[in-house]
Design a binder for this molecule. Structure first.
Ligand SMILES: NC(=O)C1=CN([C@@H]2O[C@H](COP(=O)(O)OP(=O)(O)OC[C@H]3O[C@@H](n4cnc5c(N)ncnc54)[C@H](OP(=O)(O)O)[C@@H]3O)[C@@H](O)[C@H]2O)C=CC1
Ligand SMILES: O=C1O[C@H](COP(=O)(O)O)[C@@H](O)[C@H](O)[C@H]1O
Length: 517
């Protein structure tokens, strides 16, 4: 297979612990040959909202140089170069018109189908022309294909790329393919998809993107857990009572009902985004920060998860979801789910991990809540004040805070709940936190697969959820109705309580970046 230098130069080892501190020393210098980025599905929602803006931000910061990069949009829609540029212009924020126009000049469009050679030949000619114009040594170029497409067309698109658009040499340069989730609908379909793509590309050429792995506070989890002595002895069943990993959105499916109804919230959010976060919270310390060492640990913890019990699952569907004409009237598809994962190992036996996700709720946020056990032999009678809880707010207003019991300031010896707080907006005022997609595309260009999902990891993830998903699809587990703008079905809060989660009544934390100080 002609896969460029990915065949022989493993990407593992790029992000060593020491290189983390050198993140600004980008490795583009060592790979400065001509770069072609192809966004397939360029006419779509993801491309305009996320992919092109991420490329623009990389361009703004100098990671993509106009002298070496060209961006090709590809889709079936018959639009001109200018038509595509106008579509994405409105999503390129925070720069002068001149800078935006400079970037847009790097973007051209090729129209073609996803399953016939004609369009891909045109695309290959356009790429080759660009490479020739940059006096590129034959075969030393870099070709990155981003599949911003429905997964149903991945096999045919990959076949076309393989047949028509590969970097022609196996001695230098590379061809890499980013594929978007969902990677399958259950274990069998994921295995089939993996087998189909596996026949066309090797694992080093495939980048299964999960954009949660590109979020700042998700990337911080390894550092938090393994670089802080404070947490090392506490991070286990002796000290931690329960863990919640929560995703909330205050919007519904918003015109994506047709897509969403085939998948539901477990396949859309929990099986991928929240499970990746779960891995980073629950896995053992990797041997090193080499991508393969980290991914080995993720696979191990996934394989230690025992089957999900039906009585530890609450599903919901918001009222009005079925008003979307593309959603069947008898749909049981959950738009909300709360379920418990249990890890059968020495560290976590008996500790429930509650994974909760919902659309059309009362707020938008994603966070991890690690709740510690009560202090033994309490002399302050402060159980009602609540427990220690480490909260990692992934978004919005990235922050970490530890809920503590303190003496209430004043003359009395009374206790109250307070917090140690690290709000990024205050602590890192000058730092612009990069968008997840920006980081992950840059990782792909650098050949760093740490933050991408490996094939065996994907299989282990589907093994956990497939039995439950089949039972939901067969109507054996029902979705309860809930009112949009609420916390979801009350049964979900009851489940959390049953799992030992103790809410701290009367305590509300407002991120200082949002509060009027
Ligand atoms: N949108 C989002 O926020 C997110 C999306 N994703 C994933 O990214 C991928 C793309 O998502 P999104 O951009 O929303 O998808 P779209 O529905 O917007 O599809 C992208 C493009 O694919 C083509 N297309 C659409 N349906 C079909 C079809 N049935 N057969 C062939 N081509 C089709 C269309 O282009 P044309 O007709 O011009 O060829 C369309 O513009 C999906 O896998 C999605 O799950 C992941 C995270 C978030
Ligand atoms: O993958 C998806 O993620 C988005 C939420 O992403 P976020 O970065 O804004 O948290 C979700 O809306 C969408 O349904 C899902 O497909």
């Amino acid at each position: 297979m002609s896969g460029g230098s990915d065949e022989s130069s493993p990407s593992s080892g790029r992000a060593s612990l020491s290189s983390l501190s050198d993140l600004n020393d980008l490795e583009l210098s060592s790979e400065s040959s001509c770069l072609s980025i192809v966004v397939l599905g360029a006419s779509g929602d993801l491309a305009k909202k996320k992919t092109f803006p991420a490329l623009f931000h990389l361009f703004q910061q100098g990671f993509l140089q106009s002298g070496e990069v060209h961006i090709f949009g590809y889709a079936r829609s018959k639009i001109s170069d200018e038509g595509l540029r106008e579509r994405i212009r409105g999503y390129l924020k925070g720069a002068s018109d001149e800078h935006v126009s400079e970037f847009l000049q790097l973007v051209t469009y090729v129209s073609g189908s996803y399953d016939s050679g004609e369009g891909f030949e045109l695309l290959n000619n356009a790429i080759s022309e660009h490479e020739t114009s940059k006096n590129n040594t034959a075969g030393s170029s870099r070709r990155l294909f981003y599949l911003a497409l429905p997964p149903s067309v991945y096999p045919s698109v990959c076949k076309m790329i393989r047949s028509y658009c590969m970097n022609p040499s196996s001695h230098a340069g590379w061809t890499r393919v980013i594929v978007e989730k969902p990677f399958g609908k259950d274990l069998d379909s994921a295995k089939e998809l993996s087998a189909q793509l596996g026949q066309l590309f090797n694992e080093k050429q495939l980048y299964r993107i999960d954009h949660y792995l590109g979020k700042e506070l998700v990337q911080n989890l390894l550092v938090l857990r393994f670089a802080n002595r404070l947490f090392l002895p506490l991070w286990n069943r002796d000290n931690i009572d329960n863990v919640q990993i929560v995703f909330r959105e205050d919007i519904g499916t918003e015109g994506r009902g047709g897509y969403f109804d085939q998948y539901g919230i477990i396949r859309d959010i929990i099986q991928n985004h929240l499970l990746q976060v779960f891995c980073l919270v629950a896995m053992e310390k990797p041997v090193s920060l080499k991508p393969e060492h980290i991914r080995d640990e993720k696979v191990k913890v996934l394989q230690s998860v025992i089957p999900i019990k039906h009585d530890e699952v609450v599903l919901g569907q918001y009222d009005g979801y079925k008003d979307d004409s593309t959603v069947p009237d008898d749909s049981n598809t959950p738009t909300f789910a709360s379920l418990v994962l249990r890890v059968h190992n020495e560290r976590w036996d008996g500790v429930p991990f509650i994974l909760k996700a919902g659309k059309a709720l009362n707020s938008r946020k994603a966070e991890i809540r690690v709740q510690f056990k009560d202090s033994p032999g309490d002399i302050f009678k402060c159980k009602t004040q609540g427990r220690n809880e480490l909260v990692i707010r992934l978004q919005p207003s990235e922050s970490m805070y530890m809920k503590l019991t303190v003496k209430k300031p004043g003359l009395e010896m009374a206790t109250e709940q307070s917090e140690l707080d690290l709000s990024y907006g205050l602590r890192y005022r000058e730092v612009k936190i990069p968008e997840a997609y920006e980081r992950l595309i840059l990782d792909t260009i650098r050949g760093d697969q740490q933050h991408f999902v490996r094939r065996d990891e994907l299989k282990a993830a589907w093994e956990i959820f497939t039995p439950l998903l089949h039972d939901i699809d067969d109507g054996k587990v029902k979705s309860l109705p809930y009112t949009p703008g609420t916390r979801g079905p009350p049964e979900a809060d009851e489940l959390s309580k049953r799992m030992g989660y103790m809410q701290t009544y009367g305590y509300v934390w407002i991120p200082p970046t949002l509060a009027k100080i």
